[in-house]
Design a protein around this ligand. Sequence first.
Ligand code: SF4
Ligand code: SF4
Length: 317
Amino acid sequence: METSSERERGLKHSPETQNALGVVFNIQRFSLHDGPGIRTVVFLKGCPMSCKWCCNPESIQLSPQIVFNAEKCLRDGRCLEVCTTGARNREGYRPEKCTFCGMCVEACPTGALELLGKKMSISEIIQEVEKDHLFYETSGGGVTLSGGELLAQYTFSVALLEELKRCSIHTAIETSGYGPWSHLKQIVDACDLVLYDLKHMNSESHMRYTGVPNELILENALKITDRIAGTKKDMIIRVPLIGGVNTDRENIDAIACFALKAGVMEVHLLPYHRLGESKYRKLGMDYPHEAFILDDGLVNTIKDILETHGLIIRIGG
Ligand code: SF4
Ligand code: SF4
């Protein structure tokens, strides 16, 4: 058995695994809403969907991004001096030449440049998440992989989950389920808990609000519950509640019926919030989300409806 110092340094496994790189846009410690206990959430970049209410718009593009705030720029050229690839020069910024090394971001004295996402090795992530191992043990927590959509980096996700397992860390995944079953199956096999998003039961509406239909998502959900039946793994359905989109009685009843059909008894409701608003401004994107705000009391009404179907409901993750 490896010692804790070996575990902290991530020295247990093959160099190939340790050196595999993923694109991570955030590692959030002490989360209480993304699975049981105290958790560290590793947010991976890349998502095939484009949900209109997305609170992590920086997660959609798979590669890292550099955003520039012209109002903060002194035009002192320090960022140009450190760029060795020619991506940043007097003519401007050429992303196709950028290696996202972050040197210009570090050189900038005002924070006018910001790097969204960076390549991290499994061993770097393990070192980061191991800092809270004691909290995982005492609270029944662990690590949750989120996104974006971790299926966008599925080989890296599988390798990371397996490494976390070898470090005796409980693992959860948050997924939209929108991806090939052959990929999702490997991720499910490598984790302990699946937090599965259901956004809309009507495929046309799903398409309108997320950019993709829902048939594959529903199919994959049933395949997961089949696969984990009789194991210690579990699945929880998570429903983002978006005003004017998926909060009508018909959709809520349909979600309840589907959960029961899949044999999932626990459903978490995630009320729409506006925490992502500033990120849209930073990325130069519109934030057309006024209409998504929920009426007071609606969340509890939906909770009551779902409970009449015999489901266990939690508000928040
Ligand atoms: S991240 Fe690196 S390569 Fe890209 S513009 Fe900045 S210094 Fe140049
Ligand atoms: S280092 Fe920062 S403040 Fe200076 S020119 Fe570059 S972006 Fe502007």
